[in-house]
Design a protein around this ligand. Structure first.
Ligand SMILES: *[C@@H]1O[C@H](CO)[C@@H](O)[C@H](O)[C@H]1NC(C)=O
Ligand SMILES: *[C@@H]1O[C@H](CO)[C@@H](O)[C@H](O)[C@H]1NC(C)=O
Ligand SMILES: *[C@@H]1O[C@H](CO)[C@@H](O)[C@H](O)[C@H]1NC(C)=O
Ligand SMILES: *[C@@H]1O[C@H](CO)[C@@H](O)[C@H](O)[C@H]1NC(C)=O
Ligand SMILES: *[C@@H]1O[C@H](CO)[C@@H](O)[C@H](O)[C@H]1NC(C)=O
Ligand SMILES: *[C@@H]1O[C@H](CO)[C@@H](O)[C@H](O)[C@H]1NC(C)=O
Ligand SMILES: *[C@@H]1O[C@H](CO)[C@@H](O)[C@H](O)[C@H]1NC(C)=O
Ligand SMILES: *[C@@H]1O[C@H](CO)[C@@H](O)[C@H](O)[C@H]1NC(C)=O
Ligand SMILES: *[C@@H]1O[C@H](CO)[C@@H](O)[C@H](O)[C@H]1NC(C)=O
Ligand SMILES: *[C@@H]1O[C@H](CO)[C@@H](O)[C@H](O)[C@H]1NC(C)=O
Ligand SMILES: *[C@@H]1O[C@H](CO)[C@@H](O)[C@H](O)[C@H]1NC(C)=O
Length: 859
């Protein structure tokens, strides 16, 4: 009748307990039975017995008592179940060990007033077994689920027996399950033997009232789980959220001499909790959800190996996230390495250094050399604690120090000063789902702390002396090499000046250091100040053969310095607005930017109006040379492309963030990405704006056409530049690298002005793979390609605010985390220039969206 619900419930249940064996799917089957048409009665007395098929229902109608059979058994038992719960759930069994083998069972009051269960042959299978004064007794099921036997018929007659005193596997909400402090009698919840047999099994739950009360789950007589100490509000090892939400309380009724578990949240029709010990050895808390008609398991303990009592043995600490899960506390060592290695941690750990207190017979010889404490945070504190009165943590600590047998203390809100006098058993580092845990202070010999300091000192001294030695050796080496080089150089320069005398007036200008000290002092020259003659000589008098290209700032020539180093010389055609000293200073600053993805500035040359910059030479030209040539772009497979993209991203990030100067490139484009012999990308022309006098918006107005496609809208239209305008250029470059197409090249679709518009169209049509070069269609790289395009689209969004920073870009490219959705790119629609400039103010009201891309870094 409720089989589908039941099935879905079991599925859900199973998925909750992934670490359990599938056989547990039968877990709740013992409580599911076929309803029988039955007649209900109100009470049982000698005249009115309860026969198999009849049920006893209390006035409130929440529970029902009658005969039932566990799922695969034919035996008949008398039990109580919820009347309202559609998945019949037996919460109490009368004759756990002596079932009726047929349907002849009879629950009645016998001649001496006891409640008895009789079979066909009138054998007593079960009896309440008390001496009753009055033989005129009545049994009734109360609304609280309590089956009571009273002397007489009235509700206020003396109660002589009740089922609440004989709980089976389930905690009954109003039963006041716990301990009778006067007699010391403890109530025990005992599991069923198996799904078909309600006889008592090996697992039981017990409230231990001694010290700080705790609830224990036992396997036979061995504890396998504990809640942790009760602190007046919650149990220290139980997720506070769960227990407080459940209203799970511990009541210490001093007047009546009872300590018991109670629920503060009862009497709620839509909320039926069930706490039961399972025959598989779990203590489960579940809640009946009326709306979906299912039992939902809230907690099932022990839920992990670390929750199992004493997994790591004495002085071990268990952490479910650890590898292995057990480790020894600080100052303790593994007791049995072999067992430990085999994963049997139960032997635990032993103290490595005897406590000073013990060694000196309970006294400290020197006050200074007292034992110390090491702190362990976020733990379920160990079992077997004692308690001493103390007003604050300092006093608690002193109390522990005073007593030589105290091995640890903790000052816990609600319990206050806890001390441990034996071993520390069942200490667990709690995970976030278990709660916050407490701070535990473990007593250690003074020398444990001493040694640490000494060790550190030794390590630091060794490191420092090693560093000094390495430094001395290295600088000596550099010095000697440098001296040798300089000697050779001078010789060559002298030779060269003799050679060049035929073309130039023989002026012997030795190269000078612009940065770093004079050559003769033997130090590294960071930036060369070359004389015009040497540069002319190196570039063979700027002959056309040596011309590499015409950059935005003037022609670039290949050259070879006297020491055979290859260089690229940029002969700046525009006069700088700066004075000579300022120019030198800027060049000096720029030359300090050194990164493997930046072209290195080696020096400069200033001679009258002539200004030149000397760079390292890049043999493989620039990226556009490969990218936009249909023949050559086949040389760039996907691996090289992503390598280039990542290199550019890192170079740009360095310019934006990592360097001392914050440099905005402002003219990032494919022709400014140079490639060295290993095809490493290197950004060139950075810092030109700085060199050319700071805040000029455009270095060369006649270049606008050439780089228009790379310029961010706010830069192109308002001259406003920022890191984000570089990000825009990077995005364009990224899309170009993926597609091998120039942003500004014309497309067939009339409505699409440029590459950005085209990519945006493909994005919306979910056809991004059309963008890929056929040569790149390697199945393994497709997700990476799509990710690159996605990042590219994020970079070219209209609003600066929406674009990611370069640091996010670097993380995005290397990561796998989901990316935010891009908005429409700038310039993606063909627009009338006039229209676009007038509408720009409305169009570009950037919505401040709160999507921040936070990603876990690392690659
Ligand atoms: C038992 O109690 C009922 C009601 O209290 C009474 O009517 C009946 O006479 C009593 N029987 C005996 C044997 O006391
Ligand atoms: C209970 O434990 C005993 C021994 O400790 C074992 O023989 C028996 O099979 C166990 N019973 C169940 C139901 O696990
Ligand atoms: C029962 O519990 C539900 C959900 O927690 C709550 O909304 C409702 O008010 C409670 N009813 C009573 C009578 O406490
Ligand atoms: C069970 O249902 C009855 C009537 O349907 C209602 O009066 C009672 O409060 C319910 N009890 C529980 C525990 O849900
Ligand atoms: C309970 O103890 C028995 C032996 O005493 C053992 O075989 C069994 O695995 C234990 N069960 C659990 C759940 O700890
Ligand atoms: C683990 O070691 C203890 C002794 O240290 C031993 O009693 C126990 O049987 C071992 N358990 C297993 C599973 O090997
Ligand atoms: C702890 O209590 C003692 C005595 O009540 C007091 O002298 C001491 O200052 C307290 N320490 C702290 C840290 O509050
Ligand atoms: C020292 O501590 C142990 C263990 O906590 C306790 O049994 C003993 O009574 C204490 N001794 C004194 C003098 O407090
Ligand atoms: C890059 O330059 C190196 C050295 O000049 C050369 O060996 C290599 O073939 C070049 N790579 C490409 C793809 O042209
Ligand atoms: C450049 O910036 C400086 C200060 O940052 C300012 O004084 C100067 O006017 C600016 N020059 C131009 C051309 O905007
Ligand atoms: C963005 O965040 C701010 C502050 O955190 C908040 O006040 C605002 O409502 C958020 N806006 C949106 C669109 O979520």
């Amino acid at each position: 009748m409720c089989s589908t619900q039941l099935f879905s419930f079991l599925c859900k249940f199973l998925s909750n307990m992934s670490n359990e064996k599938p056989t547990l799917s039968y877990l709740f089957l013992p409580f599911i039975f076929v309803f029988q048409i039955s007649t209900a009665i109100d009470f049982i007395n000698s005249d009115q017995p309860l026969r198999d098929g009849q049920t006893l229902i209390p006035a409130g109608g929440s529970y029902e008592l009658g005969f039932f059979s566990p799922s695969q058994s034919k035996n008949r038992y008398v039990g109580i179940w919820y009347k309202n719960v559609t998945v019949q759930t037996v919460i109490w069994v009368l004759n756990r060990e002596n079932p009726v083998t047929d349907s002849s069972g009879l629950l009645t009051i016998n001649g001496d007033g006891n409640l008895v269960l009789l079979d066909r042959e009138q054998n007593t299978l079960w009896s309440s077994d008390i001496t009753v004064a009055s033989k005129n007794t009545t049994a009734k099921l109360l609304d609280s689920s309590n089956l009571v036997l009273r002397e007489g018929n009235s509700d206020d007659a003396r109660l002589i027996w009740q089922s609440f005193d004989h709980l089976t596997d389930t905690y009954l909400i109003k039963s006041r399950y716990g301990v009778n402090l006067k007699t010391g009698e403890k109530q025990r919840l005992t599991c069923w033997k198996s799904e078909n047999d309600p006889a008592p099994g090996n697992f039981s739950l017990l409230l231990e009232p001694k010290g700080q009360p705790q609830v224990f789950l036992y396997n036979g007589s061995r504890p396998i789980w504990r809640t942790g100490q009760w602190n007046g509000r919650t149990y220290l090892g139980v997720n506070e959220h769960t227990s407080v939400n459940l209203g799970l309380n511990l009541i210490n009724d001093i007047v009546e001499g009872r300590m018991y578990i109670s629920f503060s949240r009862i009497n709620n029709d839509s909320y039926i909790p069930r706490l039961a010990v399972d025959w598989s050895g779990k203590f489960k808390i579940s809640v009946w959800i009326k709306r979906i008609k299912e039992w939902q398991v809230i907690s099932s303990e022990p839920s992990s190996t670390c929750h199992v009592y004493g997994t790591c043995g004495p002085f071990g600490v268990c952490n479910d996230m650890g590898l292995p899960i057990c480790r020894c506390m600080k100052g303790f060592g593994v007791k049995s390495v072999d067992e430990w290695r085999e994963g049997n941690w139960s032997s635990g750990c032993v103290r490595l250094k005897e406590l000073d207190c013990e060694r000196n017979g309970g006294k400290y010889i020197e006050e200074k050399k007292r034992d110390g404490f090491s702190k362990l945070v976020g733990v379920k504190v160990p079992d077997l604690n004692d308690w001493v009165p103390a007003d604050n943590a300092t006093i608690c600590r002193d109390e522990c120090l005073k007593n030589c047998s105290c091995v640890a203390y903790a000052y816990v809100s609600g319990i206050w000063c806890m001390v441990w006098g034996r071993s520390l058993l069942d200490t667990q580092e709690l995970s976030s789902s278990d709660g916050l845990g407490e701070e535990l202070y473990i007593r250690l010999a003074h020398s444990e702390f001493d040694d640490k300091v000494k060790n550190w000192k030794v390590i630091i001294i060794v490191i420092i002396s090693l560093a000094i030695i390495i430094l001395v050796v290295a600088s000596a080496g550099i010095f000697w090499r440098h001296m040798a080089k300089q000697r050779g150089k001078k010789k060559k320069i002298q030779e060269l000046s003799k050679l060049g005398s035929s073309q130039h007036t023989p002026r012997d200008y030795p190269d000078k250091c612009l940065l770093g000290d004079a050559v003769k002092e033997g130090k590294q020259c960071e930036l060369l100040l070359l004389d015009f003659y040497s540069v002319a000589r190196a570039t063979r008098n700027f002959c056309d053969e040596n011309k590499l290209g015409e950059g935005g700032f003037g022609p670039v020539y290949k050259g070879q310095l006297a020491d055979e180093q290859e260089i690229a010389v940029k002969r700046l055609s525009r006069s700088s607005s700066q004075g000579l000293e300022e120019f030198k200073n800027e060049v000096a600053l720029i030359s300090k930017l050194q990164h493997r993805n930046l072209v290195r500035l080696l020096g400069c040359c200033i001679e009258g109006d002539e200004k030149m910059l000397v760079y390292e030479y890049m043999p493989n030209k620039s990226l556009d040379f490969f990218l936009f040539d249909p023949m050559r772009n086949a040389l760039l497979d996907w691996g090289k492309r992503i390598y280039i993209v990542e290199g550019i991203a890192r170079g740009l990030l360095y310019l934006h963030r990592d360097s001392r100067l914050k440099i905005i490139h402002r003219d990032l484009k494919a022709s400014n990405i140079l490639l060295d012999a290993e095809m490493n990308p290197k950004i060139s022309d950075f810092g030109m704006a700085k060199i050319f006098g700071g805040n000029q918006t455009l270095a060369n107005t006649n270049r606008v056409v050439g780089t228009y496609g790379y310029m961010a809208p706010e830069y192109a239209m308002e001259g406003r530049f920022s890191e984000k305008s570089d990000v825009f250029s990077f995005g364009v470059l990224l899309l170009e690298i993926v597609s091998s197409k120039k942003n500004t090249s014309v497309y067939h679709h009339e409505q699409y002005l440029n590459l950005l518009g085209y990519v945006w169209k493909l994005w919306n049509e979910d056809a991004l793979l059309e963008l890929m070069e056929p040569s790149m269609e390697d199945p393994f790289s497709i997700t990476q390609v799509l990710r690159c395009i996605h990042v590219g689209l994020l970079c070219v969004q209209e609003c600066e605010i929406d674009r990611p920073t370069m640091s996010s870009v670097v993380l995005m490219l290397g990561g796998v985390a989901p990316l935010p959705m891009p908005k429409q790119p700038a310039f993606s629609l063909r627009r009338n220039p006039i229209e676009s400039s007038t509408s720009s103010s409305n169009d570009k009201t950037c919505s401040v969206n709160n999507v921040t891309v936070t990603m876990i870094g690392g690659r």
